[in-house]
Design a protein around this ligand. Structure first.
Ligand code: VG1
Ligand code: CO
Length: 562
């Protein structure tokens, strides 16, 4: 079919600035005339010379407005000189799978339709992320360029008559303005599942689930929260690993995630927590909307903080074929993430990096061969097998460890603390606050970093006293390309290694979300089994008073405690 691209006039929209990971706004914002088209055009224009004749990957978490966005992207790529698109069937591809496909087929990048852990549906959120040719989220340099273009855009290119059925796997060929244009609809899970089978020993995981060598079977409960991981969980856990149907729940992706936040934490995945508390399962896991986050629970809902989860994986790489083959080059975490992984790096004598919040900061280190395993406190865990965090990978890593070490989740954690001590960690989220007072609070906290009277100051609550060693607003210089990211969160570092961190979220779609991160380290084994909330309470209270957070936000309690 011969088609023609046309140029349409448009006007800039304010605020098309990608945040921590992509542009996230209410669906109604994306539905405004040309809003989505403007942003897609800016992504394509930002590719400059790499655009013409390239191949791109397109897919998302199946949320409301996803299919409409895919149709727009196909028509616009056709008119912008893209040669080929690899599109997930029905527009479904998890974020880690997009990364996997970009790398496997060496495409120029990919467009991911997701607002990740934000709720979906006509009255909730939509989002668009751009990933570059290494498979990772676009770095600041690229997103700044996209934002810059969005402020002056005056036209976009589209091929309005192009029709494409994304429900059937196969190739559709077009001629657009005299040039061939191909859309290949791909199986949403195939490439990803094949890769997982290379990375892990599925036979060993199968033995763990079914019981072998005198070990009883491990009963698992996997909750996809009606996000994109459903089809991956079906293929991997039911078909490949032979788990029974009652081991998986919510595996049908829904456009509104069943009306819930597809966010795997103790608050929003409460049904998983409650199911595990009942005691029938030895292992539980949940994922977020786009499949890059994970929460790991043990028997009776024993909670693994994500900061510890990545440290345990890094400490047990001998259980995973991929690392046995490739070795472990370095480790990393985002700044607010608890420091347990630093201790593993020290013991293993490998480099450890502390980067700003957001997976995009890990990519350069991986590409340079200096980073193998990394994580974020926000339920993000991953490795250099792709360039995104990867929820299912994390679960398979855990199951590999439990199988090889013949241990339980709880024992693995206690064993870890016996070796390294315990980094107690908690995060308080105050979601959807008024922006102005939160900005004012951050400005005041920032000012503390220039206040010499802070150093050595004693801060007390009850019988606990902490002495301030340093206050700063985190700044990161990428060791590979020298790019500098400033003001990434105010840190109050105490003389005993405890930390208080304040940040504003960069993934909300309206208002401001304040994140308060608290960490302290204990090497006294009698504390290891203690409740993190109880242990950290004095430091939380000190942080709340110092920042006047309750007064500023008008909130007595956080929305979510992790
Ligand atoms: C949050 C997390 C951050 C994560 C980001 C994207 O960002 O804190 O660690 O990388 O979400 O995750 P923020 O700016 O809201 O704190 V995802 O799964 O929403 O793509
Ligand atoms: Co996500």
């Amino acid at each position: 079919m011969t088609l023609t691209g046309v140029t349409k006039a448009t006007k800039p929209y304010e605020g098309q600035k990608p945040g921590t990971s992509g542009l996230r706004k209410a669906v109604k914002v994306f539905q405004q005339e040309n809003y989505t088209e403007n942003f897609v055009q800016c992504i394509l224009s930002a590719m400059e010379g790499a655009l013409h004749g390239c191949t791109l990957v397109v897919g998302g978490d199946g949320r409301f407005f996803g299919k409409e966005a895919v149709a727009i992207i196909i028509k616009m790529c056709a008119a912008n000189g893209v040669r080929k698109l690899l599109v997930g069937q029905n527009g479904i591809l998890s974020t880690p799978c997009v990364s996997c496909i970009i790398r496997k087929y060496k495409t120029a990048g990919g467009i991911v339709l997701t607002a990740s852990h934000n709720p979906g549906g006509p009255n909730a959120d939509f989002g668009i992320k751009f990933n570059i040719s290494n498979g990772g989220p676009a770095p600041d340099g690229v997103t700044n360029k996209i934002y810059g273009l969005s402020q002056s855009i005056s036209e976009y290119k589209i091929c309005p008559d192009l029709q494409c059925d994304i429900s059937k796997i196969g190739t559709q060929e077009y001629v657009v303005d005299g040039n061939p244009f191909t859309v290949e609809i791909v199986d949403s899970v195939k490439d990803y599942v094949e890769y997982m089978k290379e990375i892990f020993d599925f036979g060993a995981i199968k033995d763990l689930l079914h019981g072998a060598g005198g070990q009883p079977p491990l009963k698992v409960l996997i909750n996809s929260m009606h996000g994109v991981t459903g089809p991956y969980v079906r293929r991997i856990f039911l078909e490949e690993l032979g788990a029974s149907e009652d081991c998986v729940v919510n595996i049908v992706p829904l456009e509104d995630f069943g009306g819930h936040h597809p966010d795997p934490n103790l608050t929003y995945a409460a049904d998983l927590v409650n199911a595990l508390k009942a005691g029938d399962y030895g292992f539980g896991a949940a994922f977020d909307g786009d499949g890059d986050r994970n929460m790991i629970l043990g028997h009776k809902a024993f909670f693994v903080t994500p900061s510890d989860s990545v440290a345990v994986i890094a400490d047990n790489t001998d259980c995973i074929p991929y690392f046995k083959k490739n070795g472990v080059k370095g480790l990393a975490r985002s700044m607010p993430t608890g420091c347990s992984i630093d201790r593993v790096a020290a013991k293993k004598n490998v480099e450890v990096f502390e980067v700003p919040t957001g997976w995009k900061y890990f990519g350069n280190l991986m590409d340079a061969g200096r980073l193998s395993i990394c994580g974020e406190e926000s339920f993000g865990t991953g490795s250099d097998h792709i360039r995104e965090k990867d929820g299912i990978w994390a679960v398979l890593a855990w199951l590999s460890i439990l199988g090889v070490k013949k241990t339980t989740v709880e024992k693995a954690l206690h064993n870890h603390w016996q070796t390294y001590g315990r980094n107690f960690f908690t995060r308080y989220d105050y979601e959807n606050c008024e922006a102005d007072p939160c900005n004012a609070m951050m400005a005041e906290l920032d000012a503390l970093s220039n206040d010499p009277s802070m150093i050595g100051k004693e801060l007390s609550h009850g019988s606990k006293t902490y002495k301030v060693a340093k206050v700063d607003n985190f700044e990161y210089k990428d060791p590979i390309d020298g790019a500098v990211a400033k003001k990434q969160g105010v840190r109050i570092l105490m003389s005993d290694g405890s930390r208080v961190v304040f940040r504003l979220s960069g993934t909300g779609s309206s208002g401001a979300t304040v994140r308060l991160y608290i960490e302290s380290y204990e090497s006294d084994p009698s504390t290891y089994a203690k409740d993190a909330q109880e242990m950290l309470k004095p430091l939380v209270e000190i942080a709340l008073q110092l920042s006047k957070l309750r007064e500023r936000t008008g909130r007595q309690e956080p929305t979510v405690i992790t």
